[in-house]
Design a protein around this ligand. Structure first.
Ligand code: MG
Length: 446
């Protein structure tokens, strides 16, 4: 695998991630843009972000590209603004990785996170080291500008503020000392919420693990209960993913909250919903017209591409990343938060009641050891084996078998010599049954 993957470049600072690399990243991006145009740059709250940003800026400007520095800012705001007024953007971040990590994420002129084609071209330029280098009077310019105010205004214009203001919702947020600390509390206040926030001091020595999930959000769960909040929302460090919690402080799965958003957006637009094969069967149950539900391979870039190709209205991944096609091609946790609060306010229900309207699935995860060289064949044979009894079989990425009351996904792990098995069903007993049967079938194949 090359240096530029779809999630950008990530690694430990001082090892893989150095100022030298940052400089070359800037020179690569500038050369990719033929040494002209304007690039927006932003960063998360990591201690090394400022250092890396300066080197990237230097590299960009040396190619003749001008840079506008948005400073500490969440990715959605950066992507949104880049798609309006810039030729691309770079974010200094390592998303949810531990504090010693950092890296670079690239956004193209339309707000799309780097595509496979662009990735290849980046790689070529980076490896050739043939960077554009301008003479003294042609180097790019540099300026600093806050982009938060305009972005908040744009979201506010698309949300029913009256409904939210009337509902007097108490919204708890945990920004994890990351980039959303400077944006989401202000946005939510602007749209009429009573905001209760923790971990809002931006810093690289995070108070909690930067990956928001049930294991890392225990303090926040208590906070929600103590403050009698109606809804809780937690963010990763660069602020492109939002994890929702109900008023009891229970962490909700991204498939569930994504389905809630999908149901609303579909009813507004009648355009397709896009998600990956890893998403729970909840989405199949809620969106009954199969032509309005498009499944992709696992990975945000596939969701984004299908959204574009099919003119879908909304795309999501089970990890909490949401793309609102008409607003922002970058995963947008700010818009997701505002929209979810609007849905909750209009419903007049408790968040837990709203969630209870959706089917509930018990999910189980397991794996079977399998040598790398055998994986492909096993998956192929699994497609044959799992056809039996399935109401639908999807084979675009591993094998997903859908049953009346559950589903199972069989996928080769990309990082270890195992085949992963994800099972789910409407009762625990049935989930266990599907899981055991599936594990056994895979073991037999191996
Ligand atoms: Mg992220």
């Amino acid at each position: 695998m090359g240096m530029f993957s779809t999630t950008g470049i990530r690694g430990i600072v001082g090892e893989k991630i150095t100022p030298q690399l940052a400089l070359e990243v800037g020179r690569t991006f500038g050369t990719f843009l033929d040494g002209s145009g304007n690039v927006l740059i932003g960063m998360d709250s990591r201690t090394s972000s400022e250092m890396l940003k300066s080197a990237v800026v230097s590299g960009l400007i040396s190619t003749g590209v001008s840079v506008t520095d948005a400073g500490l800012v969440p990715i959605p705001a950066l992507g949104y603004t880049a798609s309006k007024d810039y030729d691309g953007a770079i974010m200094i971040t390592s998303s949810h990785n531990p504090p010693q990590y950092n890296g670079f994420k690239f956004i193209l002129e339309n707000g799309l996170e780097i595509t496979a084609e662009a990735e290849e071209k980046f790689e070529e330029i980076y490896n050739s080291k043939e960077f554009i280098s301008k003479e003294w009077k042609e180097v790019g310019s540099y300026s600093e500008q806050s982009i938060v105010g305009d972005y908040i205004e744009e979201i506010t214009a698309l949300i029913d503020i009256d409904a939210i203001t009337k509902s007097r919702l108490r919204v708890a947020v945990d920004t994890g000392n990351g980039a959303q600390s400077i944006l989401i509390p202000e946005l939510l206040e602007t749209i009429g919420c009573k905001v209760l926030a923790i971990n809002t001091k931006p810093k690289g020595d995070f108070n909690r693990d930067p990956e928001p999930n049930e294991k890392t959000l225990q303090k926040f769960e208590e906070f929600i209960r103590k403050e009698s909040a109606d809804i809780g929302i937690a963010y990763d460090t660069d602020g492109d993913r939002s994890i929702f919690l109900n008023e009891k402080g229970e962490v909700l799965m991204g498939d569930v909250t994504g389905t809630l958003l999908a149901r609303e957006l579909l009813s507004e637009s009648k355009r397709p919903i896009v998600t990956t094969v890893a998403t729970s069967k909840i989405i199949d149950d809620v969106i009954e017209k199969s032509e309005l539900l498009i499944k992709t391979r696992v990975g945000g870039k596939h969701v984004a591409k299908e959204l574009l190709d099919t003119n879908g209205v909304f795309g999501f991944e089970e990890g909490g990343g949401c793309i609102f096609r008409d607003f922002n091609l970058t995963r947008d946790a700010d818009f997701a938060s505002a929209k979810m609060i609007e849905i909750l306010a209009k419903s007049g229900k408790k968040f837990s009641e709203l969630i209870a309207e959706l089917p509930n699935y018990y999910q189980l995860k397991g794996k079977v050891e399998c040598p790398d060289e055998k994986k492909e064949e096993i998956i192929k044979r699994a497609a044959e084996l799992f056809k039996e009894g399935a109401s639908n079989l999807i084979t675009i990425d591993g094998v997903k078998a859908l049953y009346e009351d559950g589903s199972v996904l069989i996928r080769a792990s990309g990082t270890e010599p195992t085949i992963r098995v994800f099972s789910e069903a409407t009762t625990r007993q049935r989930a266990e049954e599907i899981h055991e049967l599936s594990l056994n079938k895979v073991k037999e194949l191996v």
